[in-house]
Design a protein around this ligand. Structure first.
Ligand SMILES: Cc1cc2nc3c(=O)[nH]c(=O)nc-3n(C[C@H](O)[C@H](O)[C@H](O)COP(=O)(O)O)c2cc1C
Length: 286
């Protein structure tokens, strides 16, 4: 990565920071088929409907290659959060239906799948390897925890902290669901269960996931993201060509089997960006 502007002698200058990443490992040959056919589950069809013309060579706007830029920006946001003591950690809760049985945050970085449970991590590896042989793909669930976030970040109406976090996380490819705190489970709880008791020493529970009324309450912020399986699979699928004629396609080439593990640092970055943004906004209030 090259830093083109905004940093001088290890400090920001106040000018916009430009981070530039060259893709030096390009092979466009497998994408040639997309000149005619749309991949089911991918953005080819909708891009063609919207623009009538798009770059199908694998590096287009809807390629997950763009997430590298999010990770780079997340590092800058993280530098702003560090002095506040805010820590963001994302990990794999589930991959291909295999769930982490225990959560030991010290093990996250040691697992190739960012899985906090070594036994599940091993099973995930096997599942990915078997799925690759079948030419198929897998989905999963990531959990993101924010500790040390002060109370008071967020806005009470349109730019609620939970709304901004959900939008940021949902803006990453393959993410199809976002939960905050109890999430969908809250729909099955009674008020007496879901309300986190307030005590002089803090909250008695954290079903709220650290956010109330769009504003952080000082407790741990807890999010989950559900990711769909990778759309490009090495199996024959029904599709159409650009003229709408029925066709079959079998996509081959360098493909991920699941957006996990690559998506984990991306989700972490998106959460950092939103928190840094709200931190800057909170500083404008005397
Ligand atoms: C980290 C990451 C890696 C991905 N890798 C691939 C891939 O190798 N092949 C593919 O077809 N899609 C891949 N995707 C998924 C597509 O980018 C995405 O599903 C597609 O653009 C459709 O958008 P949607 O998921 O928002 O519907 C990946 C997504 C992420 C976040």
């Amino acid at each position: 990565m090259e830093i083109l502007s905004g940093v001088f002698e290890d400090l920001t200058t106040g000018a916009p920071i430009t981070l530039f990443i060259r893709n030096r490992d390009v092979d466009t040959r497998p994408y040639e088929i997309l000149r005619r056919l749309f991949r089911p589950g991918h953005g080819d069809y909708t891009y063609f409907k919207k623009y009538g013309h798009f770059d199908f060579r694998g590096g287009g706007r809807y390629s997950a290659r763009e997430t590298a830029a999010r990770v780079a920006a997340g590092v800058v946001a993280g530098k702003m959060l560090e002095p506040l003591g805010v820590k963001v950690v994302a990990y794999t809760l589930e991959l291909g239906g295999i769930r982490a049985g225990c959560i030991d945050l010290d093990l996250v970085e040691k697992s190739p799948f960012y899985c906090p449970d070594p036994v599940s991590s091993q099973r995930m590896e096997e599942a990915v390897s078997n799925t690759r042989k079948e030419g198929d793909s897998l989905g999963g669930i990531a959990e993101i925890r924010v500790t040390g976030c002060p109370a008071g970040l967020g806005e009470p109406a349109f730019d609620k902290l939970d709304a901004d976090l959900a939008k940021a996380v949902m803006s990453v490819g393959t993410v199809k669901g976002v939960e905050i705190g109890a999430g969908f489970e809250a729909a099955r709880l009674k008020g007496s269960e879901n309300n986190d008791p307030i005590t002089p020493s803090g909250f008695g529970s954290n079903w709220a996931g650290g956010i109330l009324g769009g504003i952080s309450n000082g407790d741990e912020i807890l999010l989950r993201a559900a990711m769909k399986p990778i759309p490009s699979i090495s199996q024959e699928q029904d599709t159409v060509d650009r003229e709408g004629h029925p066709s079959k396609m079998n996509f081959t080439g360098r493909q991920d089997i699941a957006s996990i593990p690559r998506i984990i640092p991306v989700l972490e970055a998106m959460v950092k960006i939103v928190l840094a943004d709200h931190y800057l906004r909170s500083k404008t209030i005397p």
